[in-house]
Design a protein around this ligand. Structure first.
Ligand SMILES: Cc1cc2nc3c(=O)[nH]c(=O)nc-3n(C[C@H](O)[C@H](O)[C@H](O)COP(=O)(O)OP(=O)(O)OC[C@H]3O[C@@H](n4cnc5c(N)ncnc54)[C@H](O)[C@@H]3O)c2cc1C
Length: 462
């Protein structure tokens, strides 16, 4: 072990130093797609220690890969294969520093899981809406670093919209205290939103002041079967007219995506009949005067583009959301999958999906598009499952060609090739290809200004 690493170990103490035999969970992404090696895996316990680690790494010319819950899907939290980078886990910074119910804010450290923040908010009668299928493992630091979305973005916005302030350890080891709980603050450049979504390349987020909301008094879910996708955007608009601001989630699931989830235990058919497309709807109300389920049922009855609909009981709702959340895992049952996380204007979704189906069928006949996602955000996961008769390796060999098809069609619809999961290592080349050249130039200048030595998460995003 080098002198620099010995000093680092001393600085962290035994609790903060992960021995090589215990490093595997930090070095490997949960699906096994990315695996790296590290010179050291360290777990500082607070912001001051995080800053000390950064200063030491800077002085010793050691690059740092920040990691929170390690649930990211783009390889952003994995070190490279050189064995020369320090993996800095935020998982011990897991304190709720403050809850201010009257200001409707919670100050949580980077290593708090989304589920822990949701529980802490509920304990004081408040609601923290950032929610996704990995909420038990995803941490605040990672959610902010990737500007995570999830199932409630339609109403509450993504991580950026939910963060009022953040604390960041900069590449030079200084601590920027931007932990403000203000709704209005026009005092200069918006530094907070520069770090949010920067995937660990500009600074290490150690805590955030997050917005809380009134606990919904009523939450009702419904599922609709759609014979065609063409009118889904009008259906969304009609729902928004019918239930207004109460619509908090509107998830789209293709029949094939539902079938993959049905392969898992605990998942059941959402409706009596099978339909090409499903919409999973969630409405909430902070008042409990008008029964929300009846209101939603009346709205759904008026909509002629729905083939079959069911307003769910409490238990049925849990089963429906379990089904939705099971889709990413269920896809494993359909063999190799080439995944995309794109967004297009909501109105263009039907034409985009038809074009994807046609183009991938022409390119690799038998490919099964597994399309699901957040209709209300224009964000679709366009995951392509292998043809049953094709070998997995032969299908994955087509990745570049199929990526190009999906991304070209996305660009043709004025969409984004990275809607919510970020860039990481996975989409670096695609960002270079599809990103606006002037925007990319600005990003590179910002990176150079904030991290001139390229210490933070090299090889990611840019
Ligand atoms: C089953 C499943 C479902 C998912 N569903 C969604 C979804 O609906 N919406 C969505 O947006 N995402 C979703 N994701 C992706 C993932 O959960 C998010 O990207 C999440 O925000 C990552 O958080 P994390 O704590 O796991 O971060 P990590 O995976 O640890 O890190 C992600 C990136 O952020 C950087 N980073 C981590 N912590 C910090 C920090 N403290 N400071 C600076 N940089 C940091 C890392 O270097 C890396 O580049 C899903 C993932 C899974 C496994």
């Amino acid at each position: 072990m080098s002198q620099a690493l010995r000093e680092l170990r001393e600085l962290l103490g035994p609790e903060g130093w992960v021995e090589p035999a215990d490093q595997e969970p930090y070095l490997k992404e949960w699906r096994g797609r990315y695996r790296g090696r590290a010179a050291a895996v360290v777990r500082p316990v607070d912001t001051a220690m995080t800053a000390a680690v950064v200063r030491h790494c800077r002085a010793s010319d050691l690059a740092i890969v920040p990691q929170s819950g390690n649930t990211g899907l783009c390889g952003g939290a994995a070190p490279d294969g050189s064995g020369s980078q320090v993996l800095l886990s935020l998982d011990r910074l897991n304190k709720i520093r403050e809850i201010d119910p009257d200001n409707q804010t919670i100050t949580a450290e980077a290593g708090c899981t989304l589920a822990a923040v949701q529980r802490a908010a509920a304990a004081v009668g408040r609601y923290f809406p950032l929610d996704l299928a990995a909420a038990d493992r995803t941490m605040i630091g990672g959610a902010l670093a990737t500007n995570a979305g999830g199932v409630n973005v339609l109403h509450y916005g993504n991580a950026r919209a939910l963060a009022l302030g953040i604390e960041v350890v900069l590449a030079d080891g200084r601590i920027w205290n931007g932990l403000r709980g203000l709704r209005k603050d026009n005092s200069g450049y918006d530094l907070r939103n520069l770090f949010i979504g920067s995937e660990g390349t500009l600074g290490i987020i150690t805590a955030g002041v997050l917005r809380l909301f009134t606990q919904p008094a009523q939450t009702v879910s419904a599922v609709c079967g759609l014979p065609r996708l063409e009118r889904a955007p009008s259906l969304l608009a009609a729902l928004q007219e019918g239930v207004g601001e109460r619509l908090v989630g509107c998830e789209l699931m293709s029949r094939f995506s539902v079938e993959t989830a049905l392969s898992l235990p605990g998942c059941e058919e959402p409706l009596a009949h099978s339909h090409p497309w499903y919409l999973l709807i969630r409405v909430t109300d902070v008042a409990d005067a008008t029964p929300l389920g009846e209101r939603l049922a009346r709205v759904l009855q008026r909509l002629d583009m729905i083939a079959e609909a069911r307003v769910a009981s409490h238990t049925q709702a849990a089963a429906l959301w379990r089904l939705r959340k099971a889709i990413p895992a269920g896809q494993a049952s359909a063999g190799a999958s080439i995944k995309h996380d794109i967004s297009v204007p909501i109105s263009r979704i039907p034409a985009f999906v038809t074009a994807v189906h046609d183009a991938v069928e022409r390119a690799v006949p038998g490919t099964r598009p597994c399309i699901f996602g957040h209709l209300g955000d224009g964000n679709l996961h366009v995951n392509l499952s292998q043809p049953p008769a094709m070998a997995a390796e032969a299908f994955t060999a087509e990745t570049t060609r199929l990526n190009r098809i999906v991304h070209d069609l996305t660009a043709a619809c004025a969409g984004s090739i990275a809607a919510e999961h970020g860039i990481g290592q996975l989409k670096r080349a695609a960002l270079r290809e599809y990103g606006d050249p002037v925007g990319l130039d600005l990003m590179r200048r910002i990176k150079t200004a904030l991290d001139p030595d390229g210490l933070l998460n090299p090889g990611k995003v840019l």
